[in-house]
Design a protein. Structure first.
Length: 303
């Protein structure tokens, strides 16, 4: 099961009931955070989740509304006596930017590993997550992320027995390891069925519509997409600042066909985003106006 919580849905500046951009995923005891805008710590506390198990932080880009909450979060994680390494993923210049922010958080009891994205599309596999970063179109280098949980095929008991593989070796084969028995090598594909459908969440913000988003969100269980402007007449502003309207987000969802879409990253002037959802659901019916604290538990098909 993959737990997903939209911690903050605001763009540019926090509002009394809307923190800045952040998303948290939980899987198998590990937490993953995408962006860390101002108010992220408060949002996590309000949700009742924890900072300490955060293993991975993915940064979309280096605008303040997406990263300004990071120094405080790192300090809180340190005060929680965390000693395990933390991995931060982001665009080129990531280490320089984070080190600059850490001027006010210079001493931490845990090491930080930096993984900078150097390609248009790049994959990382960490803590059970397969993370696909893909370049989008903003006025600074910016990436969207697909977070995937892969699922192996079922272990074929009969095939293992016919091959006379001892029971004590089954676990290794189930976990992708080959085993040697009496000089013969047995590989996982000899006893495992076809890979089953996993789980996928695609997160995109601060961009114009581009084909890479449709490709990344195709077949996602949940597509979380920027909807900066819901009102009519904001198209030129969206183009100028390289953001998206509700309708443009809906068109992407209609092309990608995820199971569900949530909108996020609203302009501060957009007080009641749900009032503009009709134009979205006309194009993609299973869409919702995201709000702070909104969450879902994604389950594998057989669960």
């Amino acid at each position: 099961m993959l737990d997903v919580c939209l911690l903050g849905t605001g763009g540019m500046m926090p509002l009394p009931r809307r923190w800045l951009t952040s998303l948290m995923c939980r899987y198998n005891g590990s937490h993953l955070l995408i962006d860390c805008g101002e108010g992220t710590q408060v949002a996590v506390k309000q949700k009742g989740w924890s900072f300490k198990p955060i293993d991975i932080i993915c940064i979309t880009h280096f605008h303040a509304d997406h990263i300004s909450g990071l120094p405080g979060l790192l300090l809180t994680m340190g005060n929680a006596e965390r000693t395990e390494p933390l991995t931060i993923i982001g665009p080129k210049g990531l280490e320089r930017v984070v080190r600059a922010l850490r001027t006010i958080a210079p001493e931490l009891p845990f090491p930080i590993r930096f993984l900078e994205i150097t390609q248009q599309e790049q994959e990382f596999q960490l803590s059970g997550y397969r993370i696909q970063a893909f370049r989008v179109n903003h006025n600074v280098p910016c990436y969207g992320y697909s977070i995937e949980i892969d699922r192996n095929g079922k272990f074929d008991l009969e095939r293992a027995r016919k091959l006379n593989i001892p029971v004590q070796n089954w676990n290794k084969l189930q976990h992708g390891e080959s085993v040697e028995i009496d000089g013969k090598i047995y590989t996982p594909d000899m006893v495992m069925g076809e890979a089953r459908k996993g789980l996928k969440v695609t997160y995109v913000t601060d961009t114009r519509p581009v084909d890479s988003i449709v490709k990344a969100a195709a077949g996602a269980d949940l597509f979380i997409c920027e909807g900066m402007y819901g009102e009519e007449g904001k198209e030129e502003k969206a183009i100028g600042y390289k953001h998206m309207t509700f309708r443009e987000a809906a068109e992407l969802a209609a092309a990608a066909q995820p199971k569900e879409m949530w909108l996020t990253h609203y302009s501060p002037s957009l007080i009641k985003p749900w009032e503009y959802m009709e134009q979205v659901t006309e194009l993609f019916p299973n869409a919702k106006a995201g709000k702070d604290g909104m969450s879902i538990d994604l389950k594998f098909d057989e669960e």
